[in-house]
Ligand binder design. Structure first.
Ligand code: PGA
Length: 256
């Protein structure tokens, strides 16, 4: 049985300016200086990544990006390649965040291209976001929505060796709302995810190559609820990751 490390990921979105991002990154480095639990990741905006990469060079805090393009190079105005992200020290990249699905109209065929390119041409670990809207939950359509998102995103993706994909389940109604999912509902979602990806990849790859994490209004007060959920490999944290002490408390509680 492979021992998989748990992971806590900070998503800073577009909440901070450049100087604020650098200041928070250096606070994170200090706060986590003697932290030996795995794995803590921060995802600042693109502009701040390269300086923060230097700041975190010797740190236990790892670096991630909030998005990436699916081609390696070329006439793609405004886009960023996997190669550049690796060059500045990124190890992870979020793809298909619900805010990009909503405001930039990203869909799962586009997310699929990003994922295929990431797996094929880079050493970055993708953090693939899925999640249903409130209306879908109320209409008992959670299974349909999530398995459809996963099937589209993962179509034609081939994993070699121990390449990992992190699936971040973030129900849209829980993001930034203060509402969190109940344990029994999260258990249910974890089963849907495992069943869907097992149909695609088989049991061995699912156990070896996939992590499942949750995101949506997690903070240091409610993180205890998630510690009890056995089949959860970590958390994706937005608002509460903008304070280094608050983020430390979350990481300390959820990580082994
Ligand atoms: P939140 O954001 O923790 O502020 O709800 C989570 C996310 O969108 O990744």
């Amino acid at each position: 049985m492979i021992k998989k490390n748990k992971i806590v990921i900070a998503n800073w979105k577009m909440e901070l300016g450049f100087k604020e991002s650098l200041a928070l990154a250096s606070k994170m480095r200090d706060v986590f200086r003697d932290f030996s639990k795995n794995e803590v990741v921060i995802c600042p905006d693109f502009v701040s990544l390269s300086e923060i990469g230097v700041e975190l060079k010797e740190s236990s805090v790892k670096l991630g990006a909030q998005d990436v393009f699916w081609e390696e190079k070329g006439a793609y105005t405004g886009e960023i390649s996997t190669r550049e992200l690796e060059e500045v020290g990124c190890k992870y990249v979020i793809i298909g965040h619900s805010e990009r699905r909503e405001y930039l109209k990203e869909d799962y065929s586009l997310i699929n291209k990003e994922l295929k390119n990431l797996v094929k041409n880079s050493n970055l670990t993708p953090i693939l976001c899925i999640g249903e809207k409130k209306e879908a939950r109320e209409a008992n359509k959670v299974k349909d929505v999530l398995s459809d998102q996963l099937k589209q995103a993962l179509e034609g993706v081939f994993l070699k060796g121990d390449e990992q994909i992190i699936i971040a389940y973030e129900p849209l109604w829980a993001i930034g709302s203060g509402l969190i999912i109940e344990a029994k509902d999260l258990d249910e979602v974890n089963k849907i995810i495992v069943q869907t990806i097992t149909e695609i990849f088989g049991d061995k790859i699912v156990k070896r190559n996939f992590l499942k994490i949750y995101g949506g209004s997690v903070n240091s007060e409610n993180v205890g609820d998630f510690v009890k959920i056995g089949d959860l490999d970590g958390l994706l944290v937005g608002g509460a990751s903008l304070d280094s002490d608050e983020f430390y408390k979350i990481a300390d509680k959820i990580l082994d």
